[in-house]
Design a protein. Structure first.
Length: 222
């Protein structure tokens, strides 16, 4: 029975799970739901009311990290390093993505143009923590794509759209390693092929409803 991923088209956590599936060449099915009016069957099986869910072997898995860790345990090739200390280090850096996503979501909802640089600095401060850890190239561990890459790629993918409206969103002088890593990730097949074809249009439509600084910039560019 093929795994089935329950998805919302713009969710970075779903994108993370889909990237892991694609990077491992796992055949899977996908179903999209509207999180504003989720179907009853979804509410019945999702303890937190969130996506992703992975339906596999008559079980439901929730939480994106649990899902990708399961996939890495069961399917080859392994995306975690084999060496225990390096694997633990990878897992520790994966946890930082939640703080970065928090800064990102505050940024997309920020309404004051005057204080927008303050919100942007919160994101840059998160990247300050990450930058020293990005020592390899092109991916986090070097040539081999890993779960750390799958974890940060959805954030970078969405931020790269926003960078069209905010040129200093990525600071190449301050975070050259992250910029290099981001560029490698957003060109990777597993990242590009696991979003819907009209992702950019859907994303900008979602953004335009926020009455935020970035929403106003997006509307001005239309």
């Amino acid at each position: 029975m093929r795994p089935k991923l329950i998805s919302y088209k713009l969710c970075p956590y779903v994108h993370k799970a889909a990237i892991a599936l694609r990077a491992k060449d796992i055949p899977y099915d996908i179903a999209y739901i509207d999180l504003s009016t989720p179907p009853q069957w979804f509410r019945d099986i999702s303890p937190l009311g969130k996506v992703p869910l992975l339906l596999v072997e008559n079980e439901e898995l929730f939480e994106s990290t649990a899902i990708v860790e399961y996939l890495d345990d069961v399917y080859f090739p392994r995306l975690h390093p084999a060496e225990p200390l390096k694997r633990a280090r990878n897992r520790a850096w994966m946890a930082l993505v939640d703080a970065c996503l928090g800064a990102y979501y505050r940024l997309v909802g920020w309404k004051s143009e005057a204080t927008f640089p303050k919100a942007l600095e919160k994101l840059h401060a998160c990247f300050d923590q990450l930058e020293p850890a990005v020592t390899a190239t092109p991916f986090f561990n070097g040539e081999t794509f890993s779960l750390v890459d799958a974890t940060f790629a959805p954030l970078f993918f969405q931020l790269n759209i926003l960078a069209e409206m905010t040129p200093n969103l990525f600071d190449n002088a301050r975070h050259p390693r992250i910029v290099r890593w981001k560029n490698a990730l957003i060109a990777h097949e597993a990242i590009v092929t696991t979003v819907v074809p009209d992702f950019r249009e859907l994303y900008l439509d979602w953004l335009s409803n926020k009455e935020s600084v970035l929403a106003r910039r997006a509307l001005a560019e239309d």
